[in-house]
Design a protein around this ligand. Sequence first.
Ligand SMILES: NC(=O)c1ccc[n+]([C@@H]2O[C@H](COP(=O)([O-])OP(=O)(O)OC[C@H]3O[C@@H](n4cnc5c(N)ncnc54)[C@H](O)[C@@H]3O)[C@@H](O)[C@H]2O)c1
Ligand SMILES: [Zn+2]
Length: 363
Amino acid sequence: MRTVRFALGPRGYDVVIGPQTIDTLDASAAAAGLADAGAFVLVADRATGPAVERVAGALARLGKPVHRIVLDVAETSKSMAGLDDLYGRFIDAKLDRSGVVVALGGGVIGDLAGFAAATYSRGLRWIGVPSTLLAAVDSSVGGKTGINHARGKNLIGAIHQPALVIVDRSLFATLPRRELISGYGEMIKYGLALDRGLWNDLFLVDPGAVTDAHIERCIALKAAIVGADERDETGVRETLNFGHTIGHAIESATAYAYYRHGEAVVLGMRAAVALSAVRRHCSVAFAAGVDAQLATVPVPALPPLDPETIADAVARDKKRSAGGATRFVLLRAIGETVPDAGVDRAAVVAAFRGLETACISSA
Ligand SMILES: NC(=O)c1ccc[n+]([C@@H]2O[C@H](COP(=O)([O-])OP(=O)(O)OC[C@H]3O[C@@H](n4cnc5c(N)ncnc54)[C@H](O)[C@@H]3O)[C@@H](O)[C@H]2O)c1
Ligand SMILES: [Zn+2]
């Protein structure tokens, strides 16, 4: 069993990683000081199947009521309506401030149940049990929770750190291949932006064969960054956004219905690497080498998109500098990024056109 500590003072917590760790959730929860919970409310993605009862069984050993809320999940679950439904069920379960929310699912369940925990009764403690690789290495750790609004994704949210996160890789056995690749894409991001050794190691394994050690490395990299900039204020946490500016634009332009998040990040990283050479943070030859490696990650080819739509989405990106320009995170070397607010619209359009051409030639 491996443990990564998010050292955030009174909001600090452990991420426990290892086989069958969901079956010992009671012991981990007790060690995290959660045995005093008045009740547990388990909010679970139905797709996690038998894991729901395994987690509920472990929680029941703490001797408190365990309420189960099992949901059919889609990105649209992360909505006002989905949140309202959860609040109603919390009230029906007579949950008070001593209640602890347990989120068993991917990023959708984690963001939704985590935000419900942040806001219900002025804030409840919560435990994350990620059931997708993406949630394990990214969304379940770091405390960002929230829902979507009809006008945009993740517009409503709160930073509300979990009190404990349990990563049990056996849950990922039922994930469709594309979900594994999505998580793997996000792991590659950690390597390319922050850790050359991880980047090299990940290309030696299939996306379906990442190990607990790889997962631990990603979470530890995130823990160090969140420890330095919990609220995304100083620019340190922005590093985690590498590949996300154009990645998010591609997700938005395809209505969140074509790419899985980590797949879009792989394409976003390819565009960011190209821009890094254009902005002379690295050489053209270096960028070409990195791109050739990224091109080996199996991601569906781009559908026809208007590059101007991508540029519009980039211009709307919430990561802006004082002057109003979108701030990119670009690459200097493997494991070394540089913020850059000087990327103009024409460069974004050109980088996206380059990506379209590259996708056609590598398809
Ligand atoms: N809070 C953050 O820091 C953060 C970071 C990145 C992404 N996100 C959010 O996370 C969401 C994406 O997360 P995701 O990729 O985990 O998506 P998801 O929660 O939609 O899960 C992906 C799919 O896998 C299914 N699934 C989940 N666990 C399964 C299992 N064990 N076996 C079989 N199927 C399973 C789900 O039902 C769903 O169909 C987005 O809403 C994104 O905005 C948040
Ligand atoms: Zn991401």
